[in-house]
Ligand binder design. Structure first.
Ligand SMILES: Nc1nc2c(ncn2[C@@H]2O[C@H](COP(=O)(O)OP(=O)(O)OP(=O)(O)O)[C@@H](O)[C@H]2O)c(=O)[nH]1
Ligand SMILES: [Mg+2]
Length: 446
């Protein structure tokens, strides 16, 4: 007998909609289906019927589908009730399901069960959420690729190579007399090198995938009146921020999202940095500094007509911020200075926020600063995955070093460690708190 309980939740978004779905998973799903529909449901066939309350009265009328374990989303018996998408009617339906022995699902619990029952690995489960949350079409495609296992497959490929190496090295340890010959005369070194190369290629792709998923935080900063808000409006293609010729127009930070070749970008406009006696503006300047500290990329806007010596100096060099983000200098108002727009040198672009000239070059420079290359076959990844890949890379570097020093036993230990880090990505070895954290970020009904 299964010891798990049966969970239920409204799986569609809250609010009114054409269709609302109640999802049920667990050992009671079959009985609940019978009680609700008054009949036996053949697995995987849609039945149009009444959903009945305890007295046999119809609560709603819709489509019921039952899935039998293990051929279901969660790997358990699953029931899906597709009714009308009103909050009250869905609530009544859910209450009825709960009265039949199910309990309310926690956020992400359906996906968690799919993971626990081996329907998908952890990276795939995370991709479910990433797909729902994706901000651009490319991010959605990338998430679907991860969900289909593109990322996991690459991880498994490296795990397999590692496993072969480990078997070989641990075999060598078991025959200590021959150890030296084993390791120095075999091709272990070359194989280790190959694994390291495959891992760094995967890391590069995963970094792209993380950019695709998490996007880039770009903060526009500079002195008052240089055209920061105009640039925000230009980049986002919206009339988002107030633009006037009064220095100190922007007080609060303000953001807008846009899609840069598939990479989601959040661009933040800030108050012009200056000393001021105005309390509101001073708070704005403090906020601007805080925004800069959190930026991935800072767009430092200057007036191209400004002839002061340090005009091209980045804000950090000028002591205006401690932020270590990559900084791009945008020399604005080229239409007034009359000089040609475009990339002047690495990290320096001349533009006109007013006419839009040079904005393409600036966008390219932002992509370049982020290390983003739009490409086919991208899959999404998360910071957690990047950390695990980095740790695996360090362990392999240590292995290579020890192999050079002929410390066979330690090499085997390093390889085991690298393997474990990779296992974290797909959830082969995952501490409970990590799982809790991942699934808690889902919405209910997922
Ligand atoms: N000719 C020209 N004028 C510009 C350009 N960019 C901005 N301006 C003008 O410069 C003035 C200030 O622009 P804003 O975008 O408000 O400047 P800001 O840096 O946000 O200013 P604060 O919010 O006060 O710090 C406005 O009159 C804009 O129309 C440009 O590229 N060319
Ligand atoms: Mg402004």
């Amino acid at each position: 007998m299964p010891t798990v309980d049966t969970i239920a939740a409204v799986a569609t978004a809250p609010g009114r909609g054409g269709v609302g779905i109640v999802r049920v998973s667990g050992p009671l799903a079959r009985e609940i289906a019978q009680a609700l529909t008054g009949g036996k449901l053949t697995p995987r066939s849609a039945v149009y019927c009444d959903f009945q309350d305890a007295d046999g009265e119809a609560l709603d009328r819709g489509i019921a589908i039952r899935f039998e374990e293990p051929q279901s989303l969660t790997g358990e018996d699953v029931l899906e009730l597709q009714g009308h998408g009103g909050p009250v009617v869905l609530d009544m339906l859910l209450e009825r399901v709960l009265s039949l022995g199910a309990r309310r699902a926690e956020p992400g619990e359906f996906t968690q069960r799919a993971f626990v029952n081996g329907k998908m690995d952890l990276a795939q489960a995370e991709a479910v959420l990433d797909l729902v949350n994706s901000a651009t079409r490319q991010a959605a495609r990338g998430a679907l690729r991860s969900l289909s296992g593109a990322f996991s497959k690459r991880v498994h490929g490296i795990e397999r190579e590692l496993l072969e190496l480990r078997v070989f090295c641990e075999g060598a340890i078991d025959f200590p007399d021959e150890e030296i010959d084993f390791l120095s005369e075999s091709d272990v070194g070359e194989r280790l090198e190959a694994v390291r190369n495959h891992l760094s290629a995967l890391r590069a792709d995963a970094r792209q995938g993380a950019l695709l998923q998490d996007g880039l935080n770009v903060v526009i900063a500079g002195a008052p009146n240089v055209g920061k808000s105009s640039l925000l409006n230009r980049l986002s293609g919206e009339d988002r921020a107030i633009v006037t010729n009064v220095p100190g127009t922007t007080r609060d930070t303000l953001d807008a999202d846009f899609d840069l070749d598939g990479m989601p970008v959040r661009v933040v406009d800030t108050a012009g940095l200056r000393e001021t006696g105005d309390a509101v503006e001073t708070e704005g300047v403090n906020r601007a500094r805080r925004a800069m500290a959190m930026a991935d990329v800072i767009l430092w806007v200057v007036d191209d007509r400004d002839t002061s010596g340090d005009i091209g100096e980045k804000p950090r060099a000028r002591g205006m911020t401690d932020a270590t983000a990559t900084t791009i200098v945008a020399r604005n108002k080229a239409d007034l200075s009359g000089r040609t727009t475009g990339r002047l040198s690495p990290g320096v672009v001349r533009i006109s926020a007013l006419t839009g000239d040079g904005i393409d070059a600036l966008a390219k420079e932002i992509q370049h600063a982020a290390g983003y290359r739009a490409g086919e076959g991208m899959f999404t990844a998360r910071a957690r995955h990047l950390d695990a890949l980095a740790s695996a890379g360090e362990a392999l570097a240590a292995a290579a070093e020890r192999l050079g020093a002929n410390q066979g036993e330690l090499v085997a230990e390093d390889l085991r460690e690298a393997h474990e880090h990779l296992g974290l990505i797909v959830g082969r070895v995952s501490p409970d708190d990590l799982l809790g954290e991942i699934f808690a970020s889902f919405c209910i009904g997922k």
